[in-house]
Write a protein that binds this ligand. Structure first.
Ligand code: AMP
Length: 299
């Protein structure tokens, strides 16, 4: 089954202690869509400016991503730049230039409205609502968010929580949202706000799924060298929903395996700048690494 992904489609300038790369393809939706494309057909919803390089459209197409919902507007593509500290975990945003995102309203082509799996990747909650308003009874809706929206659009975000099946967020966001230090308590509190499934990402320490049947913990795939973690969270969410869309059978059992696949795709993302490593991988390589990850936690 197919997956609809809405979120930011960006040009990212990324600085690590070792290298700097300017205007790479990025954005939450780009990372998530490419990650999901290894498992299921993907429809991308977003906006780019008329400066968006041709080669990036080709990259989406190579991953068979449906671009009917990608608007091309007059103006500049959303540009984000960030800098990592030596530990590669702490990141500072240097600039966020909204460009065409400032006036963006996601309008779904009729062919997109029946998509069964929906990922509302990181973008303003009002836009995530707007996409849901146009969907006809999707089977599973997951949403991602970021600290910015907790600060400036909390009301919209809280309203969104009542409309989704799963919330994916990182540890510090879970604490900020619930004002609870303990992430397990925070996940329980988030269930009460709406979502049946809460997935807390803990960066290099993996991710925790809180579901009605209990907790499931997935480690991150241990990497000796992280080149650039930008988009790892989005790749995790994209890989997870793509895998779910590709499986039949009980959702919750699939969701546990999907956590492993999400973690696996995220690890490929970290091995190159922007999307370079993710786009070079294959379904076979993902399967091999997912198997290794499962062996690492079996005893
Ligand atoms: P992550 O590393 O998973 O937190 O995701 C990084 C991606 O988020 C980058 O590719 C950015 O383009 C994108 N991004 C950064 N700030 C925003 C924002 N305010 N809204 C939407 N996407 C953003």
């Amino acid at each position: 089954m197919s997956v609809l992904v809405v979120g930011s489609t960006a040009l990212d300038s990324i600085k690590t202690p070792y290298r700097e790369n300017l205007r790479l393809l990025g954005g939450s939706a780009s990372h998530a869509a490419v990650a999901a494309s290894f498992f299921a057909p993907v429809k991308l919803v977003g906006v780019v400016g008329d400066d968006f390089p041709k080669r990036y459209f080709e990259l989406y197409r190579r991953h068979r991503i449906d671009l009917d919902g990608l608007q091309i507007a007059r103006g500049k593509t959303f540009h984000w730049s960030g800098e990592y500290e030596v530990n590669m975990n702490n990141r500072r945003t240097l600039a966020t230039e909204l460009g065409v995102f400032e006036k963006f309203t996601p309008t779904l082509p009729p062919s997109h409205r029946d998509t069964p799996f929906v990922l509302l990747a990181n973008i303003a909650p009002a836009l995530q609502h707007h996409v849901l308003d146009q969907m006809r009874r999707p089977r599973f809706v997951a949403a991602d968010t970021m600290d910015l929206w907790l600060n400036v659009a909390l009301k919209d975000l809280l309203r969104l929580l009542r409309r989704i099946d799963a919330l994916v967020l990182n540890e510090s966001e879970a604490r900020q949202l619930t004002k609870l230090d303990n992430v397990i308590s925070a996940a329980r509190r988030i269930h009460r706000l709406g979502p049946r499934y809460v997935i807390v990402k803990k960066g290099e320490h993996g991710a925790i799924l809180s579901a009605p049947s209990g907790l499931f913990v997935s480690p991150a795939f241990p990497l000796e060298k992280v080149v650039d973690p930008t988009g790892a969270g989005d790749s995790f969410a994209g890989g997870l929903i793509g895998y779910l869309a590709s499986r039949s059978g009980p959702l919750e059992a699939n969701l546990r395996r999907a956590m492993i696949y999400g973690s696996t795709v995220a690890s490929f993302c970290c091995q190159g700048f922007g999307l370079t490593a993710t786009t070079k991988t294959t379904r076979t390589a993902i399967e091999q690494r997912a198997k290794k990850l499962m062996q690492m936690v079996a005893f």
